[in-house]
Design a protein around this ligand. Structure first.
Ligand SMILES: Cc1cc2nc3c(=O)[nH]c(=O)nc-3n(C[C@H](O)[C@H](O)[C@H](O)COP(=O)(O)OP(=O)(O)OC[C@H]3O[C@@H](n4cnc5c(N)ncnc54)[C@H](O)[C@@H]3O)c2cc1C
Length: 378
């Protein structure tokens, strides 16, 4: 019987890989980048189930951020200080790596600041956060290397034209990127280094072969010495014992707005809701906390409950008196677990994973890619 693949295809496209990476998000592509930097002659393939990456890396808000004060206060209630510090360190170092790997202009990086906003009925929380600013500035100094990270920014309230906001805390070292350009730049960089990326290629199982791994997909079987899972929210499909649960994030973007005053990356409600300017528009997302159960899904989609709250925030608080059209809505899916720390480890001989950025993979993703690449002996 004729084989679907030719002899040439079998030899050059499907087998002989040193490493196969499953998932072409920021972590998977970064892993391929660091493996190639370590050993340029490695034969590396990346298998991606979607036509485009279908998790979070091309769907996110593009915040280059590492933590808002209320989020950190909340995390410190249940986690030790050294765990929080190491998480901030990972976010900060990850961002530096992303910028160094691709260059600020390719990813449209702007250090326009991160701003945590508090509504007038949240003065109690705002005061609690403001009282802790100098403590957090000292706490984070060892990892960020600056002493003046957070400050109160009353000027921004008037400047941004928002309504019902009584306090803003600025993080001057946060910024924003263009997510689409970042992922295109990363993809073209690794392809230029010889990494083969296959789309519409969903991995169904990974088995032991004779001296290698057999990676079965809807397109056929691939063979490789080592496999890296960079499958984030979808990881349990392949390795059920991994503590990674999906959390969907919904996003909307407005039409261009004349004389838009909002400039920078804004966090609200312990980071559960976020908005920014991009190309004269407002991008607004989050609201997962309104329906944790409903959003614990890998299914793309939007829900009335979340979209209604996002629109309310948009029209009443962010752009009072204006009613720009919402041009586009979408969703992406993140990977969360009990611990904040991502999982970067060897699962079994020849099988590795780098998953669970807990919704902060723009920041951490490049570092995770480097860490998992370091685990592989070449
Ligand atoms: C709406 C939203 C907003 C966000 N905003 C920010 C932000 O502003 N700043 C920030 O730092 N982070 C943000 N994040 C989080 C960030 O985008 C993620 O943490 C990061 O993209 C995770 O990267 P990843 O490579 O681990 O996973 P993903 O990008 O999810 O990549 C995993 C890939 O694996 C593929 N895959 C899964 N299973 C298989 C299989 N069996 N076979 C083949 N392929 C498979 C998937 O299709 C997917 O493309 C946001 C996320 C969302 C959803």
């Amino acid at each position: 019987m004729a084989n679907l693949f030719s002899y040439w295809e079998q030899k050059s496209f499907l087998s002989g890989y040193d490493v196969i990476i499953i998932g072409s998000g920021i972590v998977g592509l970064s892993a391929s980048l660091y493996l190639k930097l370590k050993q340029p002659s490695l034969k590396i393939g990346v298998l991606e189930s979607g036509f485009l990456p279908s998790g979070a890396s091309t769907k996110n808000a593009g915040f280059a951020c590492f933590g808002s004060v209320s989020e950190l206060i909340n995390e410190l209630k249940s986690k030790p200080e050294d765990e929080i510090l190491s998480m901030i360190d990972m976010r900060w170092r990850g961002l530096e790596k992303l910028r160094n790997n691709l260059g600020d202009s390719a990813i449209c990086f702007e250090q326009s600041g991160g701003f945590e906003v508090f509504k007038t009925n949240e003065n109690h929380l705002a005061n609690q956060c403001i009282d802790k600013i100098s403590w957090f500035n000292s706490f984070l100094k060892p990892v960020i290397g600056k002493h003046d990270i957070y400050s109160v920014s009353y000027d921004k309230i008037a400047e941004s034209g928002m309504s019902g906001i009584s306090n803003i805390i600025k993080n001057k070292y946060e910024g924003q990127i263009d997510t689409g350009k970042m992922m295109l730049a990363l993809l073209s960089k690794v392809q230029g280094m010889g990494v083969a990326v296959f789309n519409n290629c969903q991995v169904q199982k990974i088995e032991e072969g004779l001296g290698n791994k057999i990676i079965s997909s809807n397109q056929g079987d691939f063979k490789a010495k080592s496999v890296i899972l960079a499958t984030n929210a979808f990881s349990k499909d392949l390795v059920p014992e991994l503590d990674v649960n999906p959390g969907r994030g919904q996003v909307l973007i407005t039409e261009p707005i004349k004389n838009l005053k909002i400039n920078g990356s804004f966090h609200y409600n312990e980071g559960y809701t976020y908005f920014r300017n991009i190309n004269g528009r407002i991008l607004l997302g989050g609201g997962r906390n309104l329906d944790f159960k409903g959003e614990e899904t890998t299914e793309p989609g939007i829900s009335v409950i979340v979209q209604h709250e996002l629109e309310k925030l948009l029209y009443e608080t962010i752009l009072p008196g204006q009613k720009p059209l919402i041009e586009h809505r979408w969703s992406g899916v993140m990977g969360f677990g009990k611990e904040l720390k991502p999982i970067v480890k060897q699962i079994s001989p020849g099988l590795f994973c780098a998953v669970r950025c807990n919704g902060m993979g723009v920041a951490m993703g490049s570092l995770l890619g480097e860490q998992v690449a370091e685990l592989i002996q070449v």
